[in-house]
Every structure is written in structure tokens, then in C-alpha cells.
Design a protein around this ligand. Sequence first.
Ligand SMILES: *Cc1c(COP(=O)(O)O)cnc(C)c1O
Length: 443
Amino acid sequence: MASSSGLGKAFKHLDLDGHELPPSPAPSSPSNGRKYALATELVYTESNDQYNASSVPIYQSATFKGGPGQEYDYTRSGNPTRTHLERHLAKIMNANRALVAGSGMGALDVITRVLKPGDEVVTGDDLYGGTNRLLTYLKENNGIIVHHVDTTKLDVVKETITEKTTMVLLETPTNPLIKIVDIAGISTIAHEVSTKIIVAVDNTMLSPYLQNPLDLGADVVYESGTKYLSGHHDVMAGVIGVNDLQLADKFYFMINSTGCGLAPFDSWLLLRGIKTLAVRMEKQQANADAIANFLESHGFKVRYPGLKSHPQYKLHWSQARGAGAVLSFETGSIALSERIVESTKLFGISVSFGCVNSLISMPCRMSHASIDPAVRKERAMPEDIIRLCIGIEDLDDLKDDLSQALVRAGAVKLTDNGFTALSADALEEAGETGRTTQVTDEP
Ligand SMILES: *Cc1c(COP(=O)(O)O)cnc(C)c1O
């Protein structure tokens, strides 16, 4: 880029005039100009606001005056704050177009509305409870055929995908079993059967900061903005990213037709949250990694893709840039697990994850309670599993809180140099047998 100033000549390698910098929000094209690193893109937003407001204004208006042909007329169809968020997200998700809905489930509803009676969906057996519930509804009421298979097994997936398959719906890592699903491998298998098969990936567990399913061959990525993207548990949102603009138009048609687009204030909140995604994620996953190692070193069975002991460690790192901040571990006893969950002070008992503070839960009692206990058993979901969602607190405080909870719950045996998890024999001796308690309802 030739510059008329002398400076331009002296610093030829620098783009002093900024002509080669991507505008932000980027237009609907990931290949437009030079790209910054993701941590930079996250905070770099620019608008054409008339007063150069540093924070994008909230257009809290249902209608916009003017005649036909103007950019905005009615907020259900489009709103400047929402558009700004969608363009910013498209850039971050490496998508040609992004769309935002009122929640993660709202986003999945939009995506699954392209399905017609008789269509077949191939999906996992360790799905988010709400996803499972929506798919069950579609199966029972809309004539959609849903195959739940172990998506960690490529040969099983290959057997199940046929010309009748319309959609493949994946989650990775799964939650709470933390199983890893080969996004590129399954996308290839599906597209070899038919290029029309829509491979959709729920990326909530890692966020665009750590994993970009579209780059791995998926057709649609969606995630709950309620989790890491917003990061503060103060807003519900759902996000969809696509490269195929015709498919994007179909999704936009649904959002406009059903009125589930994200509200202006919520769009603004999500936009604010996204700016700190990199620092939050880095700190949360560093804490999570330390806690996973801490629990494993004390003899617990821990599931976390950052641990070398994870059976799919290699696969995970071939498609993601980090292990995230959700892990789970087993104690060998439901009663013990319940006492641990009740004994923590810093770790709040709550469904959900992705917030700046740490949370603890028993998925079989909470987020996955809507899955039939018999089905949970069939899918090898240990009823005593405890899920930890790690926040940005001081690491030593988190470890201390967990340690005192493990000791108070009687989950560990004190040793000369600390403590260690109880063996199966010790559990039996202590009468710590699994029992079924009342199941709470899922949100
Ligand atoms: C939370 C969550 C959803 C649903 O998102 P909401 O914003 O709660 O509707 C979907 N998938 C996963 C993996 C989730 O954790």
C-alpha cells in the first residue's frame, strides 16, 4: 500500500494508513483482508456511530421510521445493536454469517426447524439435557427419526449415516462425561454420503476462543451465549454461525418468523461479555487444569481433556486450542458425592457453567435430570459423577475449598502427606453404597 507520507516510506512493512486492516465488525466474509489474532479481534469493535460512542449504543426501539428500503424497520426483523453483535461474532467464529437468538436452545430450535417429517438425525448419547428434550419432542411430535449413538466411535457413526440422514448433531467435549468427538472425521463421513447433510456442532463447552468447528468441516456451529461468551450469568443468548449463505437465510427466516432474535439490551450485554472472553478463558482453564491434576493426584477418576490420562487426549488437541474449564470426577458413591457438593463453600451449587465464579453440581440430579434414569444407565452415566465448572478465583482458595469438602464428606482417607481417595473396599466398609434420591427438574 503506497502512502503519500514520508513515514509510509520509512515503515513500508507497516500498514500505517490502516487500509489493509479488516473493518470491525467485519463484513460477512472471513477472507476479507488481514486478520488479527483472536484475542485482539475479541476486543476490537468499531461502529459508525454518529457520536463515535466507544460502546455500541443500545437501540432500545421496536420500530424505525421511514419508508420501504431502509435498513431497519422493526426489531423482530433487525436491530442495529443485534446486527453489530452478529457481525462481531461472525468474525470471531470464522463464519460467513452469524445470527443470535434468545437462548442456546432457541438457536437449536431455529436450526432444527429445517427438518421435515421423515428426516433422520444422527446424534450423540451424552447430550446436553435440553438438547435431548428438544430432540425427543421432535421425534414424538414431528415425525423426525433420531438416532442416538456413541459419536466417539467413527465406525458406528459411519454405519448410522445414510442417504436418509439430514442432520448430524454433535457436541464435543460432551458433558459431563467429557467424551471427545472427531468433528473433521464425522464431517467427512457425512459429506461423503451427501453434501446436503448438515453437520451441526454445539460448541458451548469450549467457545470460539478454543475451537472453531466450521474450520474443521462442520456446516453449522451453535452455542449457548449464556455460558462462556457472556461469562457472567447475567444474560441468556444463543449464537449460530454458518458459511453457506443460503442456509443462513433459512435460519434468518425462522428467527424473523418466530420472533426469537436476541433483544437489543441482551445483545449489548453479550457484546460486552465477548470482549473479555480471552482473559476469562485463559484463567479459567489454567485453574481447571491445576484442579484436574490435583484431584487425579489424590486418587480420583477425573475426566478432563487437559489430562494426559484422557483416552482421547490426542484427538482433542488435534481440533482444539485448549481443554476448557469443565471437568468431572467420580467418588464411587452417590451419597458421598452429595455430601461433597453440599460441603463446598466457594463452589456454588448451580446448573450451567461458563461464569467467572466456580460451580459444582451432580449432573444426574440437575442438568441431566430430564434424561430417563434407565437411559442414563444405558449410556453409562455414573450416577455419582460430580461436575466442576471452574472460575477465575484464586487457585489456592479453590483447592482449599475442595479439600475441606472432601474431608468433611468423608470422601478421603487422611495420610501422612495429605489425603487420598477411598478405595472400593473402604467405600463398602463405610456403607457408602449408591442410592437413588429424588430427581430435581431441569431448567
Ligand atoms: C447451556 C447449554 C445449551 C443451552 O443453552 P441455553 O442458553 O441454556 O438455552 C446447549 N448446549 C450446551 C452444551 C449447553 O451447555
